[in-house]
Design a protein around this ligand. Structure first.
Ligand SMILES: [Zn+2]
Length: 289
């Protein structure tokens, strides 16, 4: 065992129940009887310290899972429990008659804590949260942040592997196709589009192309790089965006413009393909699926 790292210790359910009983005896001896109360640690959270809810005529008070950590002062745990108990007294999550319309408005929770001799605990807890919560949370969540970063880079590498396959059109192929469509429409320059590239699409990004005005970037869904997708589909996507910025954002006007340039058939093919094949193709071949 590595002696430099202290043995980790956590508060458990038993500890929490004792803490809760202690609080009840000392500050809520006259607690009105509503639904029976259970307390537990929930999942770790950034912005929520505790919650109270009622289900099947019983009350559940849940604390932020990070409060199992011994670095969180006991008064922070106590104050959070007391905060939820104040809600209970006021008729929230307890089945008791509601004393107020809104659980927090008018500082009613704070008043309840003061009346019950918890003013100092409340101020101490607030001060600790203000001074330490953010950095505490960050330090405890590095594992999660690391995992998310890894997942992100895993996704990027899956897309890269997909796009590097010889069966896929390259970035250079895409640019060549883009330039060809500009010539087709007699457009020498396109002020609104500076970047054209393959999109490492998430599974939620289901459109064949996306435009980002901030980056002046047109991104074609990475799956369109697959040569099994007819080139016509790509041509239509590129022409659509070119016409959208050069002529009009109105779809019917774009359609007319294509027909005038004897490119109307492209639109028909593209629309048919989108209806008949695109979803299935994505489901079968998406690298993140
Ligand atoms: Zn509250």
């Amino acid at each position: 065992m590595d002696k430099s790292t202290p043995k980790s210790q956590y508060r458990d359910q038993k500890w929490l129940e004792e803490c809760f009983q202690h609080l009840l005896q000392n500050h809520f001896p006259d607690l009105p009887q509503g639904f029976p109360i259970r307390v537990c640690f929930g999942s770790p959270a950034k912005n929520r310290f505790g919650s109270i809810s009622a289900r099947n005529r019983s009350c559940l008070i849940r604390l932020n899972g990070l409060f199992t950590d011994l670095e969180i002062p006991i008064y922070v745990v106590q104050e959070t429990l007391a905060h939820e108990l104040a809600h209970y007294v006021h008729g929230f999550g307890s089945g008791l008659p509601k004393r107020y319309e809104h659980p927090h408005r008018g500082g009613v929770v704070e008043q309840e804590l003061i009346q019950r001799g918890l003013e100092e605990t409340h101020h101490l807890a607030e001060a600790w949260r203000k001074a330490h919560w953010r950095s505490f949370h960050e330090s405890r969540c590095t594992v999660q942040i690391k995992r998310e970063t890894e997942q992100k880079s895993d996704k990027a590498s899956r897309w890269s592997l997909f796009l590097e396959q010889p069966s896929c059109r390259s970035q250079a192929d895409l640019i060549a196709l883009w330039e060809a469509q500009k010539r087709r429409l007699d457009l020498s320059h396109t002020p609104k589009i500076e970047i054209v590239e393959w999109l490492h699409a998430t599974t939620r990004q289901t459109a064949p192309s996306y435009y980002s005005p901030a980056q002046k970037r047109l991104a074609l869904h990475g799956l369109l790089a697959d040569r099994r997708i007819p080139q016509t589909i790509l041509e239509f996507e590129l022409l659509y965006w070119l016409l959208r910025f050069a002529v009009s954002s109105n779809f019917q006007t774009i359609q007319k413009e294509l027909e005038q340039k004897k490119l109307g058939a492209l639109l028909t093919v593209a629309m048919q393909w989108r209806r008949a094949a695109w979803t299935r193709f994505r489901n079968q071949h998406h690298p993140l699926q």
